[in-house]
Design a protein around this ligand. Structure first.
Ligand code: DSN
Length: 459
């Protein structure tokens, strides 16, 4: 059905992605290899259950079974369908590479998304009504960390800690709440947070109460893989969840890494002890919260993990952070006020209402008109709610993938100031009509720069 309009719309989206600059900190561009695996005939296959975990352990920091063996050897599995010999080996490669990247005892590569990954961990460890201590959404937490509109929040009892006025985790509040409330899980990991968490400090607090220490590293997983951000699993954490499509630059999907014993999924569910967490998680993903895995996506995850294991990925991760700092510095020079005063990772939160009296949604829409894509974002204590928040959130993973550097970051910050000046004069979104020519001029400049840095897999 080549005349299906869906393909015309995909073609239009390719143009949008090529001609604009993607500043949403949770987006990225995949390689042709990742795209090819994701678009493969593996989508035809059912494979509920798991491949064998035999040989997927580390001995003296080396995988017990080399990749060539994993790709070759067909082992008994724990699947509910026949015809598994290829998907088994692909899924085993994905698991082995994820374990190697994050120095984990086990990896479950089946979660369809980060939300599913988080929900599976809660289901693995908690009983309905149990307490989970996580960051307040309004302070940079995530919807799946206890927002009342989610299913998890209706099953478990979430308690929220927040940030300090300088944008760091309020560790004193976290400790006080942990000791008072005795949560089953302490959760670290955020969607709008620019500092590096002190994992050791949180691990100390968790040990005092025997809580499961869980890190949702969706935003910074690529920085961890690239060695420019600490790995919570090396600082006493038991579980790390992540998406695979942000800084990690893989297909859209989820992943759970854990520390502890790995066992046969055919045996009955073991006791809820910390050392059994990998087995409890496997059971909680399937059959606990998901059905058939998406083997085409798992293949694409395997390819992306393989790319992240290459030495070039370390340079990429370092460049993301260097670019974010350069962008933040120039924005500050241009009069923008930044939450936390800047950034230590890939992400910047701009308080546009505070400095310019322009709300985040208005500014987001004006930037969209010139081909700069980011998202409006609430700030701690924001009165504007989700639809008229006082800030915008942006980051550098995608533009760094295109090969941009410090020079381009300065240019982007300067365009952002020009658009802000127009917003200030226009006062309202309708008022932007009067400044169409100025916006069109910036859009053309953005496009000219963007086309000098082709998008992988689009060109
Ligand atoms: N909503 C994603 C983000 O942009 O941070 C996380 O789910």
């Amino acid at each position: 059905m080549k005349n299906d309009p869906v393909f015309d719309l995909i073609a239009e989206e390719k143009v949008r992605q090529s001609e604009g600059l993607e500043l949403i900190p949770s987006e990225n561009y995949v390689s042709s290899a990742v795209l090819e695996a994701m678009g493969s005939i593996l989508t035809n296959k059912y494979s509920e259950g798991y491949p064998s975990f035999k040989g997927l352990t580390f001995v003296d920091s080396k995988l017990e079974m080399p990749e060539v063996e994993i790709a070759k050897e067909i082992l008994p599995n724990y699947r509910y369908y026949g015809g598994q010999r290829n998907v088994d080996r692909i899924e085993r490669l994905a698991i082995a590479r994820a374990m190697e990247l994050f120095h984990a005892d086990h990896a479950n590569v089946q979660p369809h998304s980060g939300a599913n990954a988080n929900e599976a961990v809660y289901w693995a460890w908690c009983e309905p009504g149990d307490k989970i201590l996580a960051m307040n959404l309004g302070h940079g937490g995530h919807l799946t960390h206890g927002s009342p509109v989610t299913r998890s929040a209706n099953i478990y009892n979430f308690i929220a800690y927040g940030t300090t006025p300088d944008g760091d985790i309020d560790y004193d509040e976290l400790e006080r709440l942990a000791l008072e409330e005795q949560p089953k899980i302490i959760l670290v990991g955020y969607s709008a947070f620019m500092k590096i968490p002190d994992f050791d400090r949180v691990a100390e607090i968790g040990k005092k109460i025997g809580a499961l220490l869980m890190a949702d590293m969706a935003h910074v997983a690529g920085l961890i893989a690239g060695g420019v951000h600490p790995n919570p699993l090396e600082h006493g954490f038991h579980v790390m969840t992540t998406t695979t499509h942000k800084t990690l630059r893989g297909p859209r999907g989820g992943l759970i890494l854990s520390m502890g014993n790995v066992g046969s999924p055919l045996k009955k569910t073991p006791e809820k002890k910390l050392e059994n967490i990998p087995i409890l998680i496997d059971k909680a993903v399937f059959p606990g919260t998901q059905g058939g895995p998406l083997e085409h996506v798992i293949a694409a995850k395997a390819v992306a993990f393989g790319e992240a294991l290459q030495p070039e990925f370390k340079d990429y991760a370092a460049k993301i952070v260097e670019n974010a700092k350069a962008l933040a510095d120039r924005l500050a020079e241009n009069g923008f006020v930044l939450q936390g005063g800047g950034t230590e990772n890939h992400l910047i939160l701009v308080k546009c209402e505070e400095a310019f009296g322009v709300d985040g949604k208005f500014y987001e829409r004006a930037l969209d008109m010139v081909g700069l894509t980011l998202n409006a974002n609430a700030l701690p204590g924001d009165k504007g709610g989700a639809f008229r928040p006082g800030g915008v959130r942006l980051g550098t993973p995608a533009i760094t993938t295109r090969g941009m550097g410090v020079k381009e970051m300065k240019q982007i910050a300067d365009w952002m100031k020009e658009v802000m000046d127009i917003c200030v004069k226009a006062k309202t979104e309708e008022g932007l009509d009067e400044y169409k020519a100025g916006l069109e001029q910036i859009r053309q400049e953005v496009k000219d720069l963007a086309l000098q840095f082709p998008v992988p897999a689009i060109g």
